[in-house]
Write a protein that binds this ligand. Sequence first.
Ligand code: NAP
Length: 337
Amino acid sequence: MRAIVQDRYGDPDEVLQIREVDIPSPAPGEVLVRVRAASVNPDVWHAISGYPRVMRLMGAGLKRQKQPIPGLDMAGVVTAVGHDVTDFRPGDAVFGETHDQIQWINGGAYAEYVCVPQHVLALKPGNISFEQAATVPTAGIIALVNLQKHIWEKPGQRIVINGAAGGVGSIAIQLAKANGAYVIGVDHTTKLDYMRSLGADKAMDYTQEDVTELEQAIDLLIDVASTLSLSSAKRMLKPDGLIVIIGHDHYGAKGRRTLGGIPYFLGLMLWARFDRHLPWPSFGSMEKRDAMEALRGMIESGALNPVVARTFPLSEVPTAIRYLQEGQACGRIVIVP
Ligand SMILES: NC(=O)c1ccc[n+]([C@@H]2O[C@H](COP(=O)([O-])OP(=O)(O)OC[C@H]3O[C@@H](n4cnc5c(N)ncnc54)[C@H](OP(=O)(O)O)[C@@H]3O)[C@@H](O)[C@H]2O)c1
């Protein structure tokens, strides 16, 4: 099969090559999927570049990625199943991440075939394309986990999503609107109409306006871009308002090459014990399969319509990653093998 392969960590333009490699065989509990579409998110850049370095100790591989084929989110068709697979059969259309480890570990999705544990997959909704389905897993799980914990029980809240036109934000706007929220989306000048088209009640331009000075009485701030300081963000919150920081490293622009945002998040977790505006992080609060099933239901009901920013062929993965880094995408970029 054709696959994108990396032999070492480094700049995607320098370390990625397209090669012929063997089709993998499914281990017990895994299915072999013919990949119809895969998507590109900021974690793919981390996995390929090897930054922050600590990821190499967290299972990715010390000198190179143990799995040489990058790509985590995909949609495709099951072509074979390993022993003990009971949930899927050949011919099933599925979507999901390709493993259940940290997102900085290569997932093998930038290839014509990939083996995936059955417990992280869901059946692809019939009312969207494979390209749309591939945009959903990582971003959808982050958006769902953080929204359902804080707003599902209390519809009608005022929510600010900072970085609302990216992969996570595009889904978060739609899920929040489906829950009756008033949504203020903040992103770049070029993405204001896009945020409104997803349902945002108000779209703000971060290059011109400071949402923390203009908005008040906010129930929930979801800071996907992770660019707002805690003290200024608190200015716009209700007394019981909450701040959820997703953690965007902007491709190493923040420095933090060794430990990344880990010390910052550990500090936040400690601080959360004393600060009523900081909820306990949502990591691991929902099984991936359950999240994928919930997202499937929302897509089938029409509450969520995943957005493809642009597609690239498999051979152009480095170009696709550069396009993501340049900040041009509204929604998710998709790779079609
Ligand atoms: N917390 C978790 O559980 C978890 C798990 C996995 C991954 N993550 C992280 O979550 C992030 C996912 O984000 P994503 O996929 O949605 O990223 P994305 O697609 O890159 O979207 C980020 C958006 O933020 C915008 N932006 C940049 N600077 C901004 C600013 N100062 N103010 C407002 N908006 C700004 C970007 O626009 P421009 O670039 O055009 O300015 C872009 O539209 C990744 O960094 C990933 O590592 C978190």
